[in-house]
Every structure is written in C-alpha cells, then in structure tokens.
Design a protein around this ligand. Structure first.
Ligand SMILES: [Zn+2]
Ligand SMILES: [Zn+2]
Length: 371
C-alpha cells in the first residue's frame, strides 16, 4: 500500500505528543477537506484513505503505542491491517461521527450516479498548444420508457417488503470510528418505502439504460502526463432523480524523442561537428514551435547550454511559459581517412596553448546558462 511508509503524525499534521482530542480534531478537519465528494483534488480519495488509516491507528491507544515504538513494521507484526472501508458509505459514517448531515446529497431514494473514466493519448506538441479530443464513454442514462422511474408505465407501486414501508433499516456497522448503530436507507426501495409492482420492460426496473456518449474534451495547453480532467455531471445518471456522476479523462502525453520535458521546461541537444564548433555555425534546431536557426560563436564548447527563455511548455498554474534549453554536443569524428588524419596531425602541429585558451568568465557563462 502506497501509504504504508508515511508517518501517521505527519499525515494528520499533529505533534507526537498530541492528545486524543487533538488527534480527533485534526482528523475531523482533514476529513471534511478531503472528502472525495467535496474535494476537487484528483487524489482526494487516496489521501482520504491515508488520513483515515492514520486516524485508525493513532486513535487506538494500543495501536498507537505499537506504532510509536516499532513503526509500521510493528503494526504489521502486531497483525494490524487498515480497514478497507467502503467509501460509498462515507456519508452515513460522517453523520454518525460528526452528528450532522455534511453531505446531504444522498436524500432518501436518490442516489448520485457513479463516475466513469477513460483515457486519451496525445503528443507532446499537442500538450504544448492544447487540443480538443473526442472521447467515447459508456454511461447509464435515465430510461426513456419509464423516465428513470423503473415502473412499467401505468402500473402502481406497492409497500416495500424489506423495510415494511419505513424506507430505513437499522444496522450495526464497523468503521474506522468503531462500532455504531446506523440507520441506513433501505437498499430495496432506496428509502422510498414503496417498490414498483411491475418493472419497466425496457430497463427491467433499473430506471437506467446504457448508451455510448461522445464528449468533446478540451485539453488545456501545458497539461502533464497522467493528469485527469473532470467533466462534472457527465458520468452515470443518478437513480430516481439523484445527481449524475462525473466523467474523468486521464491524459497520457507521449514522449517526444527530440525533447525531454522537465516540468514546464524543455530540454534538447544539438550536435555540432568539431569544425562547426571551432569556426562557429548557424544550425537549425527543433523547438515545439518548429525549427529555428541558432547561431553558435566560434569556439563553442561541448556542454554549453543555450537558454531560449519562454520557449518551453505553457504553465498550467501560472501564466507564462517554461524555457527551452539546448545542450551543445560536439561530435568528434569516429573514422578518419588517411588524408583526414594527416590534416588533423598538421593542425595539431600548428596548434599552441593559445588555440585552446579559455575565455575569461567561462564559469560565469555556464552558471548563467544553468540559471
Ligand atoms: Zn425503464
Ligand atoms: Zn424498503
């Protein structure tokens, strides 16, 4: 598990000497922020689990002592495994724990639709400009025959046998907060207390059917590999008038063999022959805006870096762009004809100390190039 080696005190943001009340308070605050239904962060669910795991350990005196003394390994040896609790029941758990209906969206009988996900692959050049892509998703939509109701049109509803018409069931439940009795919406009638007599023949009572939906996704310039775009309300339809879920599109940015991406900066290399480097040359180098001509001075050295300010990737967070850095590589001949070798030997005879003299301020130039 990814969270296995994270420090629990750090996760909750409390001192190692924190009291039970302080730990509870810290968890409560984080839980409200990170609840996957409210938080906009793509990794909220993962972070929520990590924080819940930390709370589960630190709120239990015995586990906490084990953890303080022997760390994660001690917990494992002691037979502790984090509860893999169901995040879809979080609302119930929250209202039991906090005594309030924080996330009151799950009203009796209405269930929010599930999220759907897909991924799309783009080129680095497309991540540079931003691009619109069409994606296809299989989503559940409200049934057109029964309008999402689930009942065959023209039929009556009858009292639910599971809850006897109450719409709720009492259940003893185990959670990260310990055991407690909770009142739960009846799973059969979803809290309505009544069920359909004859299910709709098109959706078999589900109220929903599956269709293929095509969506245009605007991928912003500067997107990074693995980032997800959330399309609010484009997921599965909710049941009985509940809100629809969201669609997530994961963007994979294919590597470009000409470039290396470093955050918003682009790194590239240019090969100069020894003659070009020694005499100076104007050479075409690729950038994300196409090839540009770069002029290299006589005596250009391998390892020099040319910085093209603002020619890198657009920044998603800030305005502006990263830099494009071109590293100079000087290609040394690998095979020589006899004539070439003679010429080089002649050149060597004519060379003195002055031929290879370093410019003043060489290191300063290097430092400036690297920033
Ligand atoms: Zn139907
Ligand atoms: Zn019921």
């Amino acid at each position: 598990m990814a969270t296995a080696e994270r420090d629990y005190y750090e996760l909750l943001g409390v001192e190692r000497t924190a009291t039970d009340a302080e730990i509870k308070k810290a968890f409560r605050k984080l839980a409200r922020e990170l609840h996957p239904d409210v938080s906009g962060h793509a990794d909220a669910q993962e972070r929520f689990r990590a924080v819940a795991e930390a709370y589960e350990v630190l709120s239990d005196a015995e586990r906490r002592q084990l953890y303080d003394r022997y760390g994660h390994a001690g917990l494992r040896r002691g037979g502790y495994a984090p509860t893999d609790f169901d995040l879809t029941n979080l609302n119930d758990i929250f209202s039991a724990f906090f005594g309030d209906d924080l996330f009151a969206r799950n009203r009796a009988g209405r269930a929010r639709g599930g999220d759907v996900g897909t991924s799309v692959a783009i080129e680095l050049a497309e991540a540079y400009t931003g691009v619109t892509r069409q994606v296809e998703l299989e989503v559940a939509v409200a049934c057109e025959r029964c309008g999402g109701d689930g009942a065959e049109p023209g039929t009556e509803r009858v009292t639910c046998g599971t809850c006897g018409g109450q719409g709720r069931l009492q259940q003893v439940s185990r959670s990260v907060f310990g055991e407690f009795v909770r009142t739960q919406s009846c799973p059969t009638c979803l809290g309505a207390g009544r069920v359909v007599e004859r299910p709709c023949t098109l959706c078999e009572g589900a109220g929903r059917t599956v269709e293929t939906r095509e969506l245009q996704v605007e991928i912003p310039a500067g997107i990074h590999d693995g980032q997800r775009i959330r399309l609010r309300g484009d997921g599965h339809a909710g049941a009985h008038g509940g809100l629809p879920g969201d669609a997530y599109v994961e963007v994979r940015v294919a590597p470009d063999p000409r470039f290396e991406r470093d955050g918003d900066d682009i790194l590239a290399a240019v090969d100069l022959t020894i003659v070009e480097a020694a005499r100076g040359a104007t050479v075409g180098v690729p950038t994300l805006e196409g090839e540009i001509e770069l002029e290299f001075e006589p005596g250009t050295q391998p390892g020099e870096v040319r910085v093209l300010r603002g020619k890198g990737m657009p920044s998603l967070q800030r305005s502006g762009r990263g830099d494009h850095r071109v590293l100079v590589n000087v290609a040394v001949p690998r095979r020589l004809t006899d004539e070439q070798r003679e010429l080089l030997e002649r050149f060597e005879q004519l060379s003195g100390e002055d031929t290879y003299r370093r410019d003043e301020g060489f290191f300063e130039k290097l430092r400036n190039a690297i920033r």
